[in-house]
Design a protein around this ligand. Structure first.
Ligand SMILES: [Zn+2]
Ligand SMILES: [Zn+2]
Length: 246
């Protein structure tokens, strides 16, 4: 069983929660709870988590996708509440950043290549040139769930890497797809490529862009899951029969 709760996002969903530009989600499995990214503002992160009934102390591991402030800005406030965690960062992160995490009392784990983090959770390793970024891949009963921060290396590239790393169908791609500013034609090609790659469900949020969100909604219909702050995706939401390509 896997449950993903979006705790920071610029897209509204649960009206009790604050929106702000950025992204963070909590991934809960039987044996592990991971905070993936931290949003840009620690007070928003902590207050949204509290309203959702997620205690900072429940988190075992923090995985940071990339160095942009809207993904790492909430970390110091989080570590002040719980420093008994492993913080998994791309190896290219600045030395000062890693030292600060270490001096807050947390353990730093640096990632360059794809790696298994826990029994069912993997990182794609650092991808991309200008902005290096790692994405998370969760091996669930429903298939692979891929979680992206901003997908700066290209969302298609991330999916291809996840498929190279692990066998199995892609049940979900959730997070920022970084497609704002793409033309309708480019968006149509990307949605088509998702279909070719066998992606059964999508949950585009953060930097995906309104046009991309609309294009995915149109193609994937009920298999395009609502994604905004407070949205929850459970393994059972991914077990809906996928009628071939979208
Ligand atoms: Zn971002
Ligand atoms: Zn970014």
């Amino acid at each position: 069983m896997m449950r993903i709760t979006i705790v920071c996002d610029n897209n509204a969903h649960d009206r009790r929660l604050q929106t702000q530009w950025g992204f963070a989600c909590v991934v809960q499995l039987q044996d592990t709870t991971i905070l993936f990214d931290t949003g840009g503002d620690g007070s928003i992160l902590l207050s949204n988590m509290q309203r959702l009934g997620i205690e900072p102390r429940q988190i075992d591991m923090v995985v940071l996708s990339h160095i942009h402030t809207d993904h790492v800005g909430g970390l110091p406030a989080f570590l002040a509440e719980n420093h008994g965690v492993i913080v998994v960062v791309p190896a290219s992160f600045p030395r000062a950043f890693k030292e600060e995490v270490g001096s807050a009392g947390a353990q730093v784990k640096e990632i360059s290549r794809p790696e298994q983090l826990t029994a069912h959770i993997f990182t794609t390793g650092e991808l991309g040139r200008t902005v290096k970024e790692q994405s998370l891949v969760v091996d669930t009963q429903a298939g692979l769930a891929i979680i992206t921060g901003c997908a700066h290396p290209g969302v298609i590239r991330v999916i291809e890497e996840a498929k190279r790393l692990l066998d199995g169908k892609v049940a979900l791609v959730l997070g920022g797809f970084h497609l704002a500013g793409k033309s309708q034609r480019e968006l149509a090609e990307i949605v088509e490529r998702f279909g070719e790659l066998g992606v059964s469900h999508v949950a585009p949020c953060h930097c995906s862009g309104d046009a991309a969100r609309a294009a995915f909604r149109q193609a994937y219909r009920e298999r395009c899951l609502t994604a905004g702050v407070g949205s929850v995706v459970h393994t059972r939401d991914l077990e809906m029969a996928a009628p071939g390509r979208p």
